[in-house]
Design a binder for this molecule. Sequence first.
Ligand code: ATR
Length: 285
Amino acid sequence: MEISGRTRVCAVIGDPIEHTLSPTMHNAAFEHLKLDFVFVAFKVTPDELEKAVRGACALGIRGLNVTMPHKNSVTEFLDEADPAVKFLGAANTILNQGGRLRGFNTDGVGALKALKQNGVNLAGKKVLLLGAGGAAKAIAFSLSKEADELCILNRDAAKARELASVLEPCGKKIVGNELSSRQIQKELPDSDLLINATSVGMTPTASESLVKPDWLKPDLSVMDIVYNPAETKLIQDARAAGAKVINGVEMLLYQGAASFEIWTGCKAPVDVMREAVLKQISASE
Ligand code: ATR
């Protein structure tokens, strides 16, 4: 693709940023749809965040993805925020609309879309969510609209209880508790969907899983948000147990697809994006 004076720029900002998959994912999509866009990555330290965001706006950068450690602090610089950003206090996507910065959080909708596209229907279902960090919170916010029951377990139990209590007004049965083997074993038998939203299983702890293989069963769906490695120990164990599995690449893809659609107004070519991301992951494994 030729870069010209008309090419529009999107970027991801974070620190560290060297291993981001976003440029690969979005450039593959721009190229496939022959859109005159380019996607780059910028390392931005916390003390330079405001200057970076104002600079991006001044340069007419069309869209930003925002990653660690800026998802919360970037909300200060937004002119508008969608309901997910307001609830979560965190944004992962910014659209520069003629100098107005509009913030979105596509993590939760990305998780939900990944589930739906992989045949997991949440109506009437109980979800067991491991973790209560930023990603877990975004997922819980979206799930609470669709599932019937949500049990959130976290190592720091107070965070799980706090998240459950802020979601309570949605009228669903939502509880928070400590993450322990005993609690997982207690909650898993009547759960339909298990989601690992902790960092356990991520390289360099790829041999770890919070769930013992013999606790898994064929009528369970299992999603892991960890995408590095693409097949975590939990995903491998769940597949071996006959469960339906949705790996972290799917959530990464659908949150990226939602951002892409916000910036371009075009339907994201998810299969093309998946192929590009998997190629980069396998090259780095
Ligand atoms: P992210 O933005 O990816 O969600 P985060 O906000 O730092 O990152 O959240 C990390 C999550 O993984 C938290 O739920 C964390 O539990 P604590 O809140 O108790 O720290 C969880 N986590 C990280 N390491 C863990 C471990 N070894 N065992 C269990 N949970 C772990």
